[in-house]
Design a protein around this ligand. Structure first.
Ligand SMILES: CCCCCCCCCC(=O)SCCNC(=O)CCNC(=O)[C@H](O)C(C)(C)COP(=O)(O)OP(=O)(O)OC[C@H]1O[C@@H](n2cnc3c(N)ncnc32)[C@H](O)[C@@H]1OP(=O)(O)O
Length: 196
């Protein structure tokens, strides 16, 4: 079976244009929500993924695989690896484009086993936009930024309005998060610029 997927992006796209307020290369991106399974500090068994802005519309993320992330003994669960890519790609979209967006489609290509104790170095890049559709892709390398590629991913994020989160999510938790974010000026007034 061939590993080759169709052309990417699958439609004509505009080149990605980073938002004027996008953080500069080298900026550590921090946690967008303490209870996020991908990056949150309050989720003990979570991925605790950490991200930094790279050059040329990229975000570099890394996380270390713990026993809580196992599928087979001693090996990372593929679904958790997909989660790491969802987070890394979402971080690139949210921080570089500063548009609230959700994952519409996520394709993962598992190329090497990822052992417990290893660290995955993920480079996520913006590939292009077509209206509300945002195409992104990423490679995850084992144990070093120039290590062998273990997992690759492609994703389609779809830009949404804040009502996506207020209608379908937890309004009380959003209010609490908004209050905390006001203190670090991540949001302005009532207007969310990036994903909660
Ligand atoms: C700093 C921030 C850091 C944040 C990191 C967090 C990362 C984690 C991100 C997530 O995991 S988000 C949670 C998982 N995703 C969801 O729960 C989304 C659930 N799905 C939806 O809510 C809706 O299906 C969605 C908003 C994606 C789209 O519904 P809409 O009614 O708004 O739009 P529509 O269905 O018309 O789709 C818009 C366009 O996208 C296309 N599209 C949507 N889903 C697609 C799909 N799966 N495959 C291909 N194309 C798709 C669709 O064909 C269409 O193309 P055109 O504009 O050309 O007509």
């Amino acid at each position: 079976m061939s590993r080759v997927s169709g052309p990417w992006p699958p439609v004509d796209v505009e080149p990605p244009a980073a938002h004027p307020k996008a953080p500069a290369p080298g900026t550590d991106l921090g946690v967008h929500y303490d209870e996020c399974f991908g990056c949150g500090d309050d989720v003990e068994a979570g991925l605790h993924l950490r991200s930094t802005v790279g050059e040329g519309n990229t975000v570099h993320s890394k996380f270390t695989v713990t026993p809580a992330h196992q599928g087979a003994p001693g090996l990372a669960h593929g679904g958790l690896l997909a989660c790491a890519f969802d987070e890394a790609l979402g971080s690139a979209v949210g921080n570089l484009l500063r548009r609230p967006a959700v994952t519409g489609k996520l394709e993962t290509d598992f190329r090497r086993p990822v052992p417990v104790g290893s660290t995955l170095y993920i480079e996520a890049r913006l590939d292009g936009t077509a209206g509300r559709k945002i195409y992104v892709s990423a490679d995850g390398r084992l144990d070093a930024a120039d290590g062998p590629i273990a997992v690759s991913a492609r994703g389609l994020f779809v830009q949404v309005g804040f009502e996506h989160f207020s209608t379908h999510g937890d309004p009380q938790a959003l209010d609490k998060l908004a209050e905390a974010n006001r203190k670090n000026e991540r949001t302005r007034g009532d207007e969310w610029e990036i994903n909660p």
